[in-house]
Design a protein around this ligand. Structure first.
Ligand SMILES: O=P(O)(O)OC[C@H]1O[C@H](O)[C@H](O)[C@@H](O)[C@@H]1O
Length: 541
């Protein structure tokens, strides 16, 4: 049945694709109201896309035909929706502020969630106040989260996002296997005042374990045998954290029903909680919960994650746009594109459905982006005049935290709106020629107009929120999580596994002993052999 809807969508798009966006606004004075959704002080505007009422109805029909609502309820109800790993995906339980029971295999997980949150809060507030102190009783001045992927990107994105609320110790993040990162950081730190949080769900991830071992060595050199007192861990592998030497009361655990890239809401958010305090962290959770309730209860056509997901499906599968740019006009969200790359591309970068069938259409698009206005002076050239169309997703706050710098925020807002307007309306050759004439260009220079044509009719969405508070950030992240879920549900993929990261890891393990060797890799392909030899020569091994 859904094949029929896909075909109807494709046919319908052929009929309407040449209607300019500006014409749609001219025809429908209510277009903004009809193609935007509000949740309290947040608004998603998707009126600057080619979606119209018929396209929306067809997409909603598709959502129903692919059983979106039942799939959503199954996730919230703790069913093992991550079927390839036979697990629930219950990040929503971590922010379930209603406290209604949530069952995994007949056991309510909420008491455990609340107990963990309470122990995180006790630890975080202890570190912030100095009660949980360094080996000599002094307060920690610096906290370093060592983790990668989902054990890094959440707090690494959210901490700068909430900088105005950051009143705890300084926070640092180390993720890369490249020793440059930890080395450059350690040079700035005092081991006697530094706390490490080793964040790894599995506690086996090679990058994290290598950085953790380096940190432990550095700490031991600095403070001696009490080094492990300066280590906490966030993990589901308690045997491994003990083996590393971390005291059980410094370890924070979570269920295997929390996926790495969905884990900022629980103990992986410990570093964020230390930065902003438990109350602000609770507001962040409340924001996530607000979006969960909206996602569960709002009718599909008034449901922000659902409609953002359907806009994504429309652009990717129907219009054929293969990437999307996330453009926060909010410097503090500069890490949001990186965060969303993992959330989106690790979740939906799949080629096989849950039932093991090869997907016949495009699944997860390429997600990329940069904070505005910086992007304008870099890659917007291609967005405006390049040969491919990139749907742009703008985010912007109506109010800034910098009340003493109102001129900056007005400028930021004007730029954000100008970009979506320019993408939509473009500039034709006549207009470009007129503009040159008005600037006093000589007749022979009017040919330049061709270079100053903007095709226009390029789609964008804008998410506006009052101010980037903890609660708003929670809503934004949960919105994107559910958007990814909506798209994954329609494609029929498992948005909660990530088998695609494994092969590279396995091969790295086979290559590690070969680095610096001149032989022993005859079974490798010619390129890999050649590269190994070159590395050996260049290193002088
Ligand atoms: O938390 P960890 O077990 O250390 O995993 C860290 C990251 O590495 C894996 O390879 C996955 O790609 C990510 O989904 C995960 O977040």
């Amino acid at each position: 049945m859904d094949e029929d809807i896909w075909s109807r969508l494709a046919e319908y798009y052929e009929r309407i694709k040449d209607t300019p966006l500006v014409e749609r606004f001219a025809r429908d004075p209510e277009r903004f109201q009809n193609f935007s959704i509000t949740l309290d002080d947040m608004l998603l505007d998707f009126s600057k896309t080619s979606l119209d009422e018929t396209a929306c109805s067809l997409l909603l029909e598709l959502a129903c035909a692919t059983d979106l609502e039942n799939k959503r309820d199954a996730m919230f109800n703790g069913e093992p929706v991550n079927r390839t790993e036979n697990r629930a995906a219950l990040h929503t339980a971590l922010r379930n502020r209603s406290n209604e029971p949530v069952f995994v295999e007949n056991k309510d997980v909420m008491p455990e969630v609340n107990a963990t949150l309470a122990s995180m809060a006790a630890f975080a507030e202890g570190v912030r106040s100095g009660i949980t102190s360094a080996h000599d009783g002094a307060a920690f001045t610096d906290v370093v989260n060592i983790g990668i992927g989902g054990s890094d990107l959440g707090p690494a994105m959210a901490t700068p996002a909430l900088a105005p609320y950051h009143d705890g110790p300084r926070l640092h993040f180390v993720s890369n296997a490249d020793g440059a990162e930890i080395s450059d950081l350690l040079k700035q730190l005092d081991p006697g005042r530094t706390l490490f949080i080793i964040s790894s769900k599995s506690f086996t991830t090679i990058e994290t374990m290598t950085n953790a071992a380096t940190a432990k060595k550095w700490m031991t050199a600095g403070i001696g045998e009490k080094a492990t007192e300066h280590f906490a861990a966030v993990s589901t592998a308690l045997d491994k954290t003990t083996e590393f030497g971390i005291a059980p009361d410094m370890v924070f655990s979570f269920g295997d029903w929390v996926g790495g890239r969905y884990s900022v809401w629980g103990p992986i958010g410990l570093s964020l909680m230390i930065a902003i305090g438990q109350e602000r962290f609770a507001e962040f959770l409340q924001g996530g919960h607000d979006m969960d309730q909206h996602f569960r209860s709002a009718p599909l056509h008034k449901n922000i994650p659902v409609m953002l997901g359907l806009v994504g499906i429309w652009h990717n599968n129907i219009c054929g746009y293969e990437s999307r740019a996330v453009l926060p006009y909010d410097q503090r969200l500069a890490r949001l594109p990186a965060y969303l790359q993992q959330l989106d591309m690790e979740s939906n970068g799949k080629s096989v459905t849950l039932t093991g069938d090869v997907i016949t259409r495009k699944s997860g698009p390429v997600v990329w982006g940069e904070a505005g206005t910086n992007g304008q002076h870099a890659f917007y050239q291609l967005i405006h005049q390049g040969s491919q169309i990139i749907p742009c997703e703008f985010l912007v706050a109506a109010q800034s935290h910098e009340e003493n710098l109102p001129q900056h925020h007005r400028l930021l807002l004007a730029n954000c709106l100008a970009q979506s307007e320019a993408l939509m309306r473009g500039r034709n050759r006549d207009e470009a020629t007129e503009r040159l004439r008005a600037q006093g260009a000589a007749q022979e220079d009017l040919d330049l107009a061709i270079h100053q044509v903007f095709p226009g009719n390029r789609p964008s969405t804008t998410l506006i929120y009052r101010k980037l508070t903890p609660r708003t950030l929670g809503r934004i992240i949960a919105l994107y999580e559910h958007r990814v879920f909506v798209e994954g549900a329609i494609w029929g993929v498992n948005s909660f596994d990530q088998w695609g990261v494994e092969l590279g890891k396995e091969l790295a393990a086979t290559l590690l002993p070969l680095i610096g060797k001149n032989a022993g890799y005859e079974d490798k392909d010619g390129s890999t052999q050649g590269l190994l030899q070159t590395i050996s020569q260049l290193r002088g091994d």
